[in-house]
Ligand binder design. Structure first.
Ligand SMILES: Nc1nc2c(c(=O)[nH]1)N[C@H]1C(S)=C(S)[C@@H](COP(=O)(O)O)O[C@H]1N2
Ligand SMILES: [Mo]
Length: 426
């Protein structure tokens, strides 16, 4: 490429051909041509078409960047159309996201009977049962309470169930592990609400029922309800909670099974024993080897997953890469994440982004120089309650072969010579 540069006498700032750096600016064209190798920068900077006239006007509500059409949830209807509409899941595309908060439009969904169209003016929250005074609250009533904000993940008990299959399923990171999302929830402390009705001393559980056709219902121990972190959430990342997440409000129980966090909440009944609803007997129980099913296993286990590299997010050539991923624990705070790039023979402590918050997603980073040979990448998380993420084999130990819930085993990504990443069991 022709390069009409000229070196002035005062460009020489030292002997041996050392030049003032301004010559680099003059040599812009040559350097731009070199930038294919990653060493150049463009100068002089051309003025692109989009900079030559004013852009579009302000908008009442923003939208995602234009090249993000593939950054969407993967929707999985669990039944054929017409059988049980709206019963299914949609997965957060974890491999496309950074940071630790999930954009509201990409928060995963799990509905047992679709998203009800609730008229918020007519919707009520009834608190009754073993209380001093039963009450019915409108949305406006609830809006008058003092509000608390808390960053918390929600994870479906069925998250990662694809790794319970006998053969490893070839799906993207989010399509295996994306039934977890994290938001800043704002609402009323459940404790403050129950203070309004009073709770009998004989009461020890609360039934939380939703207004959807499934009447999703769970029995919640009183200790969690009064424990300080339980919320009736009206806001999600600052805006009113989305219809998919439970508009006009939902229960948020940080660290617990998603299933316990009743959306479209319409009733809290204070009782003295769990009521064994369909949602805590036919589902969300953990079948053991001995044929017994463990009920009321609420806390989500310590877990992590590498989101890059991952299937579809492949290294292209040997060189230095930044491995990144997410870690979380329903028991508390992530204290350590280790990464292995040799199939678990050796581990390095990854860098955790701080602050790490209890019962919220944490992000880890790990520099990696890939030599271009096949290898296996894994991550292992630790929390402040002395829990360690198990291997798949160790995780399975107590369970029957078809047990799928609370799958928090170490994910192994195999990297092939051509950089392709796949899901493997070791
Ligand atoms: N009313 C009602 N609440 C519900 C559900 C439901 O189907 N109906 N699904 C539960 C399950 S199983 C999960 S994992 C979470 C999912 O919350 P999300 O859709 O906001 O991600 O909501 C829980 N609360
Ligand atoms: Mo769930």
């Amino acid at each position: 490429m022709p390069n009409h540069q000229h070196i002035d006498a005062d460009d020489n700032i030292a002997g041996g051909g050392l030049l003032h750096r301004r010559v680099f600016l003059r040599r812009g064209v040559a350097i731009a041509a070199m930038s294919a190798t990653g060493t150049g920068f463009a100068a002089p900077l051309e003025v692109p078409a989009w900079s030559k006239s004013p852009g579009s006007s302000m908008s009442p509500y923003g939208s995602p960047a234009p090249d993000q059409q593939n950054v969407v949830r993967t929707v999985l209807d669990l039944y054929p159309a017409g059988i049980a509409n709206g019963a299914g899941v949609s997965f957060t595309p974890l491999e496309h996201l950074q940071g630790t908060l999930t954009p509201n439009g990409l928060f995963f969904e799990r509905h047992h009977s679709g998203v009800p169209e609730i008229n918020a003016d007519e919707h009520r929250l009834v608190v009754h049962g073993q209380v001093r005074e039963a009450r019915s609250f409108t949305v406006d009533d609830l809006m008058r309470f003092p509000m608390t904000s808390r960053i918390a993940f929600i994870e479906c008990a069925g998250n990662s169930l694809f790794n319970s299959f006998a053969e490893p399923q070839q799906r993207r990171a989010g399509e295996i592990h994306g039934l977890v999302s994290c938001a800043e929830w704002t609402g009323i402390r459940l404790e403050d609400l129950l203070d309004q009705t009073g709770v009998d001393s004989s009461a020890s559980w609360i039934i939380a029922e939703g207004a959807d056709a499934a009447k999703h219902s769970r029995s919640i121990p009183m200790e969690k309800a009064l424990g300080g972190d339980a919320l009736i959430a009206l806001y999600q990342n600052g805006e009113r909670i989305r219809p998919e997440q439970g508009y006009p409000f939902r229960l948020v129980l940080p660290g617990w099974q998603g299933s316990t966090q009743t959306k479209w909440l319409r009733r809290l009944k204070v009782v003295s024993a769990p009521v064994h609803t369909k949602d805590e007997t036919s589902k969300y129980t953990l079948l053991q080897k001995d044929g017994q099913a463990r009920q009321f296993h609420f806390e989500m286990g310590v877990k992590s997953v590498i989101t890059s590299p991952s299937p579809g997010v492949s290294p292209t050539e040997s060189g230095v890469y930044n491995i990144t991923g997410l870690a979380w624990s329903g028991a508390g705070r992530i204290t350590r994440v280790e990464v292995s790039a040799d199939g678990g023979q050796s581990w390095a402590e990854a860098v955790l982004e701080t602050p790490t918050r209890p019962k919220a997603l944490s992000r880890f980073q790990q520099a990696w120089q890939w030599d271009g040979r096949p290898t296996m990448l894994m991550s292992r998380a630790y929390d402040d309650q002395n829990n360690v993420q198990p291997t798949r084999e160790a995780w399975y130990e107590p369970y029957a072969a078809n047990q799928i819930f609370h799958q928090n085993a170490i994910q192994v990504w195999s990297v092939a010579e051509n950089g392709e990443v796949s899901n493997v069991y070791i």
